[in-house]
Design a protein around this ligand. Structure first.
Ligand code: PLP
Length: 353
């Protein structure tokens, strides 16, 4: 048996995307070259820019392709490090790590940012940058980004949202969110690993993170990953055409959990692809091994921090104690999950209880 329930870590690349990328990889051409091959490569990039723009309701010229979601997050935060930076306590490590002076806003037990605490903080001192993720990668909770952005804008703050876990799982519109910057990553919605995008509100021009050539309108130096970007573009188009917004699988998974198991952020709005189960009396590390022996691939908390021993900062910020946080297992589904696989997973879960 081989069951993949770790789409929040990375989702399988769609076959059409592989086919397109193989075709693009078979061609020569640097998108900065003026000759025909270069112009062809540039056309591939521009098509992908349109496709990614459509996914998030942004104009193509406001998309900067990056090497990953991590880079998009780093780009925005680095460009504003001279300003006060406020983040929620449950951001991804690519927002939280290695940066001095970040101020965190607490989350409630629901897993959602505490909007009252945010508003109180926004009222003090000079405005800066607020970075609030749209969907949490461990719990799937959808953060009230539009509300937070409204509060922040009233006080003159800039707003960034890490939408890496949101794309393809919910409707996304830059304008409706009211944010200035949005981060995306292709491998979370059926595209290749190693490609991301930073989307700008028109008029925004953050200082480049990578210096060098004039690629991406001088906003991100380095020869573009043409095949990867083409793959991201097609994956974005497919995600828009086949959204997985009302996937019934998580409800079934939740119902199969043993008595006493608690679903993190259960009461609030979550994407329909992530369930984080706090499993009393168990340790996630051992459970993951047992599931693995049964051929079921799962994660404890965030995949980017798997292998790291320690309680999840997301669950502890929500008020779970260390033992509870160390028992949490994440089931995440995606574009190619089938009902038959979910039935097999449910059998595996029942055999663990
Ligand atoms: N932000 C969130 C919420 C994520 O879940 C991840 C990856 O797990 C990232 C950012 C980083 O994206 P990438 O893997 O493209 O660097």
């Amino acid at each position: 048996m081989s069951l993949y329930f770790d789409h929040a870590a990375t989702s399988p690349i769609r076959p059409d995307v592989i086919e397109l990328m193989a075709d693009v990889m078979g061609r020569v051409g640097n998108a900065s070259s003026v000759h025909r091959a270069g112009r062809d490569a540039r056309a591939v990039l521009e098509r992908a820019r349109e496709q990614v723009g459509m996914l998030v309701g942004a104009r193509a010229q406001e998309i900067i392709f990056t090497g990953c979601g991590t880079e998009a997050n780093n780009h925005v935060l680095s460009a504003h490090e001279h300003l006060p930076i406020l983040v929620s306590a449950i951001e991804h490590d690519s927002v939280l790590s290695g940066r001095a002076g970040l101020e965190t806003v607490p989350v409630l037990a629901s897993g959602l940012i505490d909007l009252e605490a945010l508003d109180r903080r926004l009222a003090q001192g000079e405005p800066g940058l607020l970075s609030l993720m749209l969907v949490n990668n461990e719990t799937g909770a959808i953060q009230p980004v539009a509300q937070a952005a409204k509060l922040a804008k009233q006080r003159g703050w800039l707003v960034h949202s890490d939408a890496v876990q949101a794309a393809g799982k919910m409707a996304l519109a830059m304008g409706a969110l009211g944010v200035d910057f949005l981060s995306l990553s292709a491998h979370k919605f059926g595209g290749p690993q190693g490609v991301g995008a930073l989307v700008l509100r028109p008029g925004m021009d953050p200082k480049p993170l990578l210096q060098g050539g004039g690629q991406e309108r001088r906003r991100r130096a380095g020869t573009e990953n043409v095949a990867g970007i083409a793959g991201m573009g097609l994956a974005a188009e497919l995600a828009l055409d086949h959204p997985i917004q009302n996937d019934p699988f998580q409800t079934q998974i939740e119902a199969s959990l043993p008595p006493g198991a608690q679903v993190a952020a259960a009461a609030d709005r979550r994407v329909s692809t992530i369930t984080c189960a706090v499993w009393p009396g168990k340790t996630a590390e051992r459970m993951l091994m047992k599931f693995d022996l049964k051929g079921v691939a799962l994660s404890s908390g965030s995949a980017c921090s798997s292998g790291k021993v320690g309680a999840s900062h997301v669950l502890t910020a929500m008020g779970f104690d260390t033992d509870q946080a160390l028992s949490a297992i994440r089931f995440s589904t995606g574009w190619n999950t089938t009902q038959a696989e979910v039935h097999q997973l449910i059998d595996a879960i029942r055999s663990m209880a």
